[in-house]
Write a new protein. Structure first.
Length: 79
């Protein structure tokens, strides 16, 4: 991974890499993604997916205070 925040901006402790999970229909688990623009309602899916490329969100968590810092970057994509 190219980016690491290093130290927590709130308390100065170390940050650890992770990700936020979304559950689809209670069974499938996926990584949260970022999409450009405002969300639009969809009858079948709840939210209409944009034509733009979706960007996975990686998260860093402070090991001391629990502060979360999120980044939307392609290198967070599952491999």
């Amino acid at each position: 991974m190219a980016h690491s925040p290093g130290r927590c901006p709130k308390c100065g402790s170390g940050m650890e890499q992770g990700f936020v999970l979304d559950t689809i229909h209670g069974a499938r688990v996926v990584v949260t993604q970022w999409a450009a623009g405002a969300p639009l309602k969809s009858f079948w899916r709840g939210t209409k997916l944009p034509d733009e490329k979706l960007v996975p969100i990686g998260t860093y968590r402070c090991s001391s205070c629990g502060y979360l810092e999120l980044y939307a970057r392609q290198e967070f994509a599952a491999k």
